[in-house]
Design a protein around this ligand. Structure first.
Ligand SMILES: C[S@@+](CC[C@H](N)C(=O)[O-])C[C@H]1O[C@@H](n2cnc3c(N)ncnc32)[C@H](O)[C@@H]1O
Length: 267
């Protein structure tokens, strides 16, 4: 377990600067006022003004600061010291105040004292976590009694599919969690212009696993939705970008769920 954590951390530390420079993250657009948030999470979370907001696995803080623009009192957490240092710099450069804390998601309860109105995490976060039971327990711990948890994530089915011959999309991997998968990376989902060649250890969590972990941690699932599009899908070979900027299965041939969202509260 320590090996997977060390390798993944090495990968994330090494890729931060390339991500900050990438078109994918468009930091200059962000500094000019463009939001990185999608309507899925904006509609799901609703009004955040004046609410304390914990953003888990915040990377270099771009979307954390977008929630600050919408009025949240935000804390971003990530285990990568390079990402946290970049997030603090971005906070200073943008004039948007947020607190950024370096912590493993499994240790937040010892890294942070307070409880939050909103705990939020999104897009590309669960695949790095071997144990969703412990993840959900940390989330429940950080929520106020009346607090809410929001997750927006790439759908596990999207990751199980791949391009087939012609325009076909075929099942290439198991939908279910078959244990750890090791990837030899050259660059990342956000940039191929990177010298990063770190291995990563990842897990594919089914919807049942996610929902069961949250229920077992004492949370009520209040809302669950699936979406046939993704805002960022350039790293998924079989998707195409439509005129509205969203990524879908070409020709809308099949209604494949690409993203899901859920909200949960304490019982
Ligand atoms: C795909 S990024 C999240 C991206 C975010 N949605 C965005 O677009 O900015 C995943 C993040 O999870 C962080 N991470 C991975 N494993 C972690 C762990 N065990 N504890 C805390 N952060 C972790 C990585 O450092 C990385 O910043």
């Amino acid at each position: 377990m320590q090996d997977y954590k060390d390798s993944n951390l090495k990968f994330w530390d090494s890729i931060v600067e390339d991500h900050v420079r990438s078109d994918f993250y468009d930091v200059s657009g962000f500094l000019q006022g463009k939001t990185t948030l999608d309507s899925v999470e904006i509609n799901q979370v609703g009004d955040v003004s004046g609410l304390t907001f914990l953003h888990l696995q915040c990377h270099f803080g771009l979307s954390t600061l977008d929630w600050v623009r919408l009025g949240a009192i935000a804390t971003g957490v990530d285990f990568s010291p390079t990402a946290i240092a970049m997030a603090r710099k971005l906070s200073k450069d943008s004039g948007l105040h947020a607190r950024f804390v370096e912590s493993n998601v499994y240790n937040i309860s010892s890294s942070l004292d307070e409880k939050f109105d909103i705990v939020f995490t999104s897009y590309g976060v669960l695949c790095w976590l071997p144990d969703l039971t412990k993840w959900a327990e940390q989330i429940a711990h950080c929520m106020k009694t009346e607090g809410r948890f929001y997750l927006v994530e790439y759908h596990p089915l999207m990751m199980a599919l791949d391009s087939g011959s012609e325009k076909d999309v075929v099942l290439k991997n198991s939908y279910f969690n078959e244990g750890v998968e090791i990837f030899e990376n050259e660059g990342s989902y956000a940039t191929s212009e990177s010298s990063t060649k770190e291995s990563t250890y990842e897990w594919s969590h089914s919807l049942g696993e996610v929902i069961t972990a949250l229920i077992d941690a004492g949370l009520n699932i209040d809302n669950f939705a699936e979406y046939p599009y993704a805002t960022d899908g350039g790293f998924v070979g079989y998707l195409r970008r439509d005129e509205d900027g969203k990524w879908r299965v070409p020709d809308h041939k099949w209604g494949v769920p690409l993203v899901y969202s859920l909200s949960a509260s304490k019982k």
